[in-house]
Design a protein around this ligand. Sequence first.
Ligand code: PEP
Ligand code: MG
Length: 871
Amino acid sequence: MAKWVYMFTEGNATMRNLLGGKGANLAEMTNLGLPVPQGFTITTEACTQYYEDGRKINDEIMAQIMEAIVKMEEVTGKKFGDNENPLLVSVRSGARASMPGMMDTILNLGLNEEVVEVVAKKTGNERWARDCYRRFIQMYSDVVMEVGKKYFEELIDKMKAERGVTQDVDLTADDLKELANQFKAEYKEKIGADFPDDPKEQLMGAIKAVFRSWDNPRANVYRRDNDIPYSWGTAVNVQEMAFGNWSDESGTGVAFTRDPATGEKKLMGEFLMNAQGEDVVAGVRTPQPIAELQAVMPEVYDQFVGVCNKLETHYRDMQDMEFTIQDRKLFMLQTRNGKRTAQAALKIACDLVDEGMRTEEEAVAMIDPRNLDTLLHPQFDTAALKAATPIGKGLGASPGAACGKVVFTADDAVEWAAKGEKVVLVRLETSPEDITGMKSAQGILTVRGGMTSHAAVVARGMGTCCVSGCGDIAMDEENKKFTLAGKEFHEGDAISIDGTTGNIYDGIIPTVDATIAGEFGRIMDWADKFRTMKVRTNADTPADAKKARELGAEGIGLCRTEHMFFEGNRIDAFREMICSETIEEREAALAKILPEQQGDFEKLYEALEGNPVTIRFLDPPLHEFVPTEEEDIKKLADAQGKTVEEIKTIIDSLHEFNPMMGHRGCRLAVTYPEIAKMQTSAVIRAAINVQKAHPDWNVKPEIMIPLVGDIKELKYVKKFVVETADAEIAAAGSNLEYEVGTMIEIPRAALTADDIAKEADFFCFGTNDLTQMTYGFSRDDAGKFLDAYYDAKIFENDPFAKLDQTGVGKLMETAIKLGRPVNPKLHIGICGEHGGDPSSVEFCNKIGLDYVSCSPFRVPIARLAAAQAAI
Ligand code: PEP
Ligand code: MG
C-alpha cells in the first residue's frame, strides 16, 4: 500500500519532492531537535492522486489521514473535536518550490461553538478563544469556500467604528464573539448552508482546498513563469497550533538570516505581539523590526538567534523562517532557503564562498539565471537622482528603478501595459489576486506592509522594483487617486520609485544602463570558468554588438541584416529594392545599400575585436517592409519615377497570404541573386578592411543562408556567394578566409542534415522558425490561442519561449547526428529566442552545441545557465 502521509518524525530535508519544501523542512527541524509543533504531511503524490481520482480524496488516503490524526492526538495528549482537551491545527500548503499563488494557510482549525466555550473556560482566556474562532471562520470562508475576504473585513471595520477603537487588539471578548456570529451569518448568506461544526469535515474541506489551489489561475501563471511543472502537485501540512494571539506575551514573526534585499549578513525580520501569522504577512498591521524583540523578551530573542545560526549553518544558505511565541515560549513553524533579490543572491553566494561554506561551483549553481535580468535593466541616472527631491519614502522592498504612470488596480496595470504604457501599480496593499498586474508593472508602491508583506515578497521573487509601506500616502483607491506631500496624484500621472532606498519621486527620473561589476562580475567569472559552451549574441547594430561584448558575448551568432534598415531613412532604399521591377532598378537600389551595409559590417567586426561574426543574408517577411502610409508610398513612387498607382499595384502583387512561409529567406536569393551578391561584397570588403586595420585579429566572416530546406537551394545560392567572395578577395589581393553555413530552421533541413552538411561550414538552429514549422503554429498568431492551451493543460509553456525538447529538440538532435559525421569540422549553434532561456540552454549543452546565441541582455543569463548545465 502506498504511503500517502508522513509524521514530521518520519521525514527529512531530502524528501522535498514527496513532502514539499515546507513539510521536508519541518521534518528536518524536528530531527535537529528544534521546537516544532508536531504534525504530519500529506504527500505531493496524494495531490496528484486527488486529480487522477477526479478531484476526490480516495479512501486509502483518507484512512491514512485519520491514522495520522490519532498519532497526533497521542503525541499531544489532546483530541480532535474534543470538548475537554481539543486539538487545534493549522493546515498549510507546501509545494516543492514555494509558490505565492497558492492557498497558504488556515489556522485554528478544529474550533466550533462548543469547543470555543470549553477552551475559553479552561484557559481562562476568553478573549483569545473568541479571537481564534472569528479568525478561523474568516480564513475558512475565504480560502476554503472562497467567500471574499472583504465582506469580513468590512464587518471588522464596522465593529471597530462602533466601539470607537482603531486596532483589532482593542476589541473585547464580547465584541469578538459578536463578530463570529456575524461572520457565520455572512457565511450562511453567501454559501446557503451553516458553517461546518464537525472538525473532521473542516479538516477535509481544508485539505481539499489546498489540493484545489494547485490548479487555481494564479498558481498556473506563477508556475509558467517559474518553470514549475504541473505534475509536481502540492503537499499539505497539518500541524498543532501554537498561539501567537494567546496574550501580550505572545506573538508571531518572520525573519531572514541575511537581508533578502541586499544580501547583507544580519538578522532581518519583523514580529507582531499578540497576533497570528497572517497579520504579519497581510501587511494589515505594521510590525516591529526583529531587533526590538531583544528588549521585549531577551531570553526568547537569544534562543531565536541560536536557532537562526543553527539553521543557516545546517542548510548552508540564507534562511527565511516563521516563528510563533506563545506565552514566552518559542515555536518554529517554517524554514526555507529565502527568496532574495538578484543583487542579494549574488552577494550571498560570494559571501558563502568567502565564509568557507560553499564552493565556487555551488555558488554558481545557487543563482537563478532568470533573476539576473533585473540587474541588467536600467538604473536611475546618479546625477539626475541626486538632483531630484523625494516626495515620500517607504521601505526599499525590492531594488531597481521604476518610472511610469500611476495605476490603481491590477487589471488596469495589465490593460495599460498591453497598450505599451509603462505603469507603476499603487495599492493600499497587494494580495495574491494582483500577481498578473504586478508582473505587468514596472514597479509596485504600497501604503501598508513591511519587508515581508505580500507585495514585497512577490516583487522580490519577480525581480520587480517595489517600495512598500509608505504610510504617508493618503489613499483613495475607489476614486483612483492618492495624496502625498500635499499633491494629489491621479491615474496616469508619472512617478518614479527607487526600490533600493524606498524613495518616491514626482515625475520621471532618467535611467542609465547597468554594468557587470563587483559580485556580479565574480560570479560571471566563475561561470565562465566552468562552462564549456560558448555564448554569442544576436546583434544587428554596432551599438547592440558593443553592449553584448560588455556583457560577455564571445561572438555574434546572428546579425539579421534586414534589421539594419530600420534606422533613419535607410528603409527608403530597401523599399526601392523590394519594389523594383527590373534588375536595373534593383541594382540601382542595391548600389545605394551596399556602402551602408559595408559600413555597418565594419563596425560590427570592430566591436567584436576578431571574435566570430555570423551575418545572415536577407530574410525579410516582405509584409513587414512594404510601405503602408500614403506619404511613404508617394515618396517611393517619386524615387522610382513611378506613379502612386503603379507602386500600389506592385505592393498588391507582393501581398502574400502567409508571409512567414512566403517569399523570404534563401527564396529571395534564388529569385534575386543580385541581392545576395551585393551582401557578399559588403561582408567581404568590410572584413578585408578591418583585417587590414587589425592584423592581429582573426577576421573570418561567417555568411549564413536562411530558411534552407533542400541541399539544392543552398548549393544554388552558395555558388554565387563563393564566386563573388573569391572575386572580391582576389581583387583586393587578400588572403581572407570565410565560411558559408546555413540556418537549420525548416524540419526538412534537419531531416536531411547529412546532405546539407556536405555544403555547409556550420549549422545554426533557428528555433523560432523551426518551432513554427514543426508545430505548424504561426509565430505571429500563436499568442491568440496559447492561453486556451494553458487552460486546457495541453501546454504548460510557450514553445516559442521555452524549447519543445521532445519534438523540436528531437529534430535538432537528428540534425546533429546526421551532420557531424559528414563534416567533422561543422560547428553548430542556436540563435532562436531559446538561446537565452535557461532550461533550453541546458538542453543545448546536453545535445552538444558549440554555442548559444541570444539578445545582448540575455548574454549573462546564458553564460550562467551554460555553466550550471556543465556543473
Ligand atoms: C529563427 O527562426 O529562429 C531565427 C533566429 O530567425 P528569425 O527569427 O529571424 O526568423
Ligand atoms: Mg528564422
